[in-house]
Design a binder for this molecule. Structure first.
Ligand SMILES: Nc1ncnc2c1ncn2[C@@H]1O[C@H](COP(=O)(O)OP(=O)(O)OP(=O)(O)O)[C@@H](O)[C@H]1O
Ligand SMILES: [Mg+2]
Length: 499
């Protein structure tokens, strides 16, 4: 199969009330990495689901090596030499890594699963990608990034000719991304066809040879030579307008202490942490994956018990025994893994947005409540530009990025004094990022202390007034906006031997 290209011929896909794709035609060549780009809801995942046999196209056909192929099921697609790594992971948390990797083709001896062979085979599959993961570990004990690596290893184990990645790096650390890039380059050099979906520009320019842009389910254009394409051209093509400065930073006056943290210790923290976030301030926490930032956030949101230290909110002592205490005090945490921790798949978009605020409005009458909820859902859908046919659509039918935005909308619907945002723009397209940054600025301008954890250097430098850096469970430095640059931040973030 090596040397054969993949063609999409006039592919269309309709869902009830939604035309997800119409008349998509382009070719992806062997020995090249072909990016698919477009805003949240543009239709990228839908196309990959058709390729993976999960959906049937409403119109058009696929060709591999000039021959028409029709995949009626995932098994058909696998049999046709295709591997798709979907945006939503399809792994079983209760099983081990090896069982997940070899599901469906476990090595057997005398009718029994051969555990030894299974572990050996799993280890081979993980080589170079995730050597540190043990095949016998329960999948549920792995981080989101590690699970993503398992999904990738699983797809690669099939030795497919066409391999499609749907936002594979959304929860990977910089080091894991490097490893994945090396592997993708090898697969490309072996003459396979690679499709790559990501909202991260640096990755597109780093690894891709060609890029096809979609907008609202339609084909816009294909750039065959990345070297002739600039970052701005690509953004303009995707969003349909120029975005000059997505951060649009405006200095604000701070108005006294909001959250004061003194000597805080707890799970995941190696040294006591002290800092103060001010009303109207956007405070960033930068660090590498595993630096302890998410753990710190969990302590501040009452999700984990602290071992030592004291908190003050607006000058008053604060004790957090549970997340309820934090929410009641006005400290909200919008978690990193928003979907896993937050989504109610069968409920409507409106319901998903209003769930958190509902508890705060129990005193309102039913009618008033219903009206407030309808207005609030409309408001969030508009403010975050959530692409949905209606507020009543079940959220599971929204694109990945639009689900993320709806969950963000839930947190923005609740009264707050301090907002803890963990990786606020993961999986979100460039246009929508600019909108989210605007929202963060407006919250701060209204006196809220916004604390942002992000692994995206440009984002941290772009939106924050001040940046605290963490490494290995400890604070390693503080930089004012003017002092922050890439090398300083990275220097502070890298693990070091502390005396
Ligand atoms: N099963 C479904 N039922 C109804 N509508 C759907 C279904 N799957 C996708 N859609 C709709 O089709 C459109 C395209 O969605 P898709 O998931 O392909 O977008 P995407 O480009 O992958 O976006 P993102 O960047 O957010 O992941 C969206 O409007 C989405 O709501
Ligand atoms: Mg998608």
């Amino acid at each position: 199969m090596v040397g054969q290209s993949l063609r999409f011929n006039g592919i269309g896909k309709n869902f009830p009330g939604v035309r997800a794709l119409s008349d998509i035609s382009f070719e992806a060549r062997p020995g090249s990495v072909h990016a698919l780009m477009g805003e949240n809801g543009a239709g990228k995942s839908t196309l990959l689901k058709i390729l993976g046999g999960a959906y049937q196209p409403s119109a058009g056909s696929l060709e591999i090596g000039g021959r028409a192929v029709a995949f009626k099921s995932a098994a058909d697609s696998i049999g046709g030499g295709v591997a798709v790594i979907h945006q939503e992971l399809h792994l079983v948390p209760e099983m081990t890594v090896a069982e997940n990797l070899l599901l469906g083709h476990m090595p057997a001896r005398f009718g029994l699963v051969d555990r030894g062979a299974m572990v050996r085979r799993a280890r081979e599959l993980l080589r170079g990608l995730a050597d540190e993961i043990h095949p016998q570990q329960r999948l549920g004990s792995l981080s989101l990034g590690q699970r993503q690596l398992i999904e990738i290893a699983k797809a690669m184990s099939r030795n497919a000719h066409v391999i499609a990645f749907d936002e594979p790096t959304s929860s990977l650390s910089a080091r894991e991304i490097d490893r994945l890039m090396t592997i993708i380059a090898r697969l490309r050099d072996e003459g396979r066809v690679l499709l790559y979906v990501s909202h991260r520009m640096e990755e597109i320019f780093r690894i891709c040879d060609a890029v096809t842009v979609f907008k609202d389910g339609r084909y816009v254009r294909t750039f065959e030579a990345m070297s002739e394409l600039t970052h701005d051209q690509l953004v303009t093509c995707m969003v349909g307008r120029d975005i000059e400065d997505i951060y649009d930073y405006r200095p604000r006056a701070h108005q006294g202490e909001a959250l004061k943290v003194q000597g805080l210790l707890g799970p995941g923290l190696q040294e006591p942490i002290s800092f103060t976030a001010h009303k109207g301030e956007i405070l960033g926490f930068f660090g590498l994956v595993g630096a302890g930032r998410t753990e710190l956030f969990r302590l501040l949101a009452g999700l984990a018990p602290s071992k030592a230290g004291a908190l003050q909110l607006c000058g008053k002592p604060l004790t957090l025994k549970s997340p309820r205490d934090a929410i009641a005090a006005g400290i909200l945490l919008c978690p990193e893994d928003r979907k896993k921790e937050g989504i109610v798949p069968l409920a409507s978009v409106a319901e998903n947005i209003n769930i958190g605020a509902r508890d705060q409005h129990v005193s309102l009458g039913c009618l008033v409540q219903g009206k407030w909820e309808r207005e609030n859902a409309d408001k969030q859908i508009r403010a975050l530009n959530i692409k949905t046919p209606s507020p009543d659509q079940q959220i599971m039918y929204l694109s990945g990025g639009n689900q993320q935005k709806a969950i963000l909308g839930r947190w923005l619907s609740m009264p707050m004094k301090v907002l803890l945002l963990d990786e606020p723009t993961r999986g979100i397209d460039v246009g929508a990022k600019a909108e989210i940054y605007q929202i963060i600025h407006n919250l701060a301008a209204n006196g809220i202390a916004v604390i942002v954890v992000s692994s995206d250097l440009m984002e941290v430098m772009g939106i924050c007034d001040r940046i605290l850096v963490m490494s290995e469970g400890a604070l390693t430095g503080e930089l004012a906006r003017e002092q922050a640059d890439e090398s300083r931040l990275l220097q502070l973030a890298l693990p070091r031997s502390r005396g």
